[in-house]
Design a protein around this ligand. Structure first.
Ligand SMILES: [Zn+2]
Ligand SMILES: [Zn+2]
Length: 218
């Protein structure tokens, strides 16, 4: 199992990175990305802290910690510059908190993330077909969310991906120990969004391929 979107107590999650990783190590995860909520106020604190955790933990755990951020409620005009800053600071994966139906995320956030070339557009809500085409063109994974509320539009996101060839990811968006998905629950998220088993297996392969092309720890 791989999950590419989760939160520790560096933002609004419950666990320190060491416990966070341990909780999924016992579930057999190969890798987990910690992508705490970030804007320009904390990005320079968050990424070095997670890099430190990854350097200490990765040699001694069977689950690889991937260092990331989730740019959250950042005005669209700032998403491109903050994505560049995150990568310069050493973030291996950049996620943007997309236009979920359950929060007042600014319209234009999905498009700005897709144009900025982030890695994953999380919970993109009622993403348009035009935006999904942009995701396909820029090899950005659109997220099917395991999180309550964000998951309301999973079926729509899956349909847009099927129509345009955009790649998908299934992530828990875990904030605490009860949120991590087992492999069976992750499959339920995919099948529940209307995908076939074969299509779901392709998502697992696309997520693994993304992990394979991430930059090394800096
Ligand atoms: Zn989010
Ligand atoms: Zn999140």
């Amino acid at each position: 199992m791989i999950d590419l979107h989760s939160h520790t107590f560096f933002s609004d999650g419950a666990l320190v990175p060491a416990e966070h990783v341990r909780r999924v190590e016992v579930l057999g995860y190969a890798a987990i990305a910690i992508t705490d909520h970030a804007d320009s106020s904390n990005i320079h604190i968050l990424i070095p802290a997670l890099l430190k955790a990854a350097k200490d933990l990765n040699p001694v755990t069977t689950t690889r910690l991937i260092v990331g951020v989730e740019l959250t409620h950042v005005p669209p005009a700032l998403i491109g510059p903050l994505t560049a800053q995150a990568r310069a600071l050493g973030a291996q994966i950049v996620v943007v908190h997309g236009e979920t139906p359950v929060e007042p995320v600014l319209t234009g956030t999905n498009r700005a993330a897709l144009e900025a070339g982030v890695d994953i557009l999380a919970h993109p809500g009622f993403i348009t077909e035009e935006e999904a085409v942009l995701a396909a063109r820029n090899h950005i994974l659109l997220e099917l969310s395991g999180r309550k509320g964000h998951s309301l539009t999973n079926g729509h996101v899956a349909r847009m991906a099927e129509r345009t060839g955009a790649l998908l990811a299934v992530n828990a968006d875990a904030h605490g120990p009860g949120d991590f998905l087992t492999a069976a629950m992750a499959e339920t998220v995919g099948l529940g969004a209307g995908l076939s088993r074969e299509r779901y297996q392709a998502i697992r392969r696309d997520m693994a391929a993304l992990v394979d092309r991430l930059p090394p720890l800096s």
